[in-house]
Write a protein that binds this ligand. Structure first.
Ligand code: SF4
Length: 236
């Protein structure tokens, strides 16, 4: 059976300023609803978070967290991972899917960190995205969680929830990120991402959003939300 429509139904016109004010209210409500939201991946160093985030592509954080203890026990630094035997590394990361590509990315990114960045994970987005397997999402995860550089992490939950909230109409992550940069205060970017992702996992499910229990229900134009239902014209 098809799930609910992904993109939002039309709502009364909203100016950019009104949307910005609504976004701020959403930011505040999410902060109250998810005060402890944080990165779900387990790590101890920026390098470990980078590796875990590379593995998280098309894979659940829970599965990554099952794999990384052994990965980090054997190859916990860029020097060690760059020198890992490919077949051994593939066997360890296999449960995360796309394991050949991911093993290649881990070795290549580690090699570059050693040879081009003195063994330290770089601290800028421009440098991070030059590493194999690292796109803006991964770079922003590392910057936001390890280096206090605010970053928006546009994954499947950030995409769906922000589309439903009509904070974006875009589908490409880089455009969604750009829309949110306009609406959400920069200092909130990292925590906003964690909170939206938590909300997407707990309530704003892809198929069965629990709108009646949602802290954002009267700010949300999604057709199933109480606010949207209240706006619907009644039949005589
Ligand atoms: S009301 Fe809440 S759960 Fe429902 S679509 Fe909107 S954000 Fe998602």
């Amino acid at each position: 059976m098809p799930g609910p429509t992904l993109l939002c139904a039309p709502v009364p016109s909203e100016s950019h300023e009104e949307r910005k004010r609504r976004a701020l209210r959403i930011v505040r409500r999410l902060a109250r609803a998810y005060p402890d939201a944080a990165c779900a991946l387990h790590y101890e160093t920026p390098f470990q978070l980078l590796a875990a985030t590379i593995l998280s592509a098309q894979c659940t954080d829970a599965m990554v967290n099952r794999v990384t203890p052994e990965l980090f026990r054997r190859w916990g630094t860029p020097e060690k991972l760059a020198a890992a035997e490919p077949s051994e590394l593939e066997a360890v990361v296999r449960p995360t899917g796309f394991y050949r590509q991911k093993a290649k990315s881990l070795r290549s990114a580690s090699h570059d960190i050693v040879t081009r960045f003195g063994g330290e994970v770089p601290r800028t987005l421009d440098e991070l995205v030059t590493l194999r397997g690292v796109a803006r999402k991964t770079a922003n995860v590392v910057l936001g969680n390890c280096f206090d550089v605010p970053g928006l992490t546009v994954d499947t939950h950030m995409t769906r929830v922000n589309q439903r909230l009509r904070l974006t109409r875009e589908t490409a992550p880089v455009r969604i990120e750009r829309d949110l940069m306009e609406l959400v205060p920069r200092r909130e970017w990292t925590l906003f991402s964690h909170r939206v992702i938590a909300h997407g996992r707990e309530l704003c499910d892809a198929r069965r959003p629990q709108c009646d229990a949602c802290a954002l229900r009267d700010e949300c134009p999604f057709p199933g939300s109480p606010a949207a239902r209240a706006r619907r014209p009644r039949r005589a």
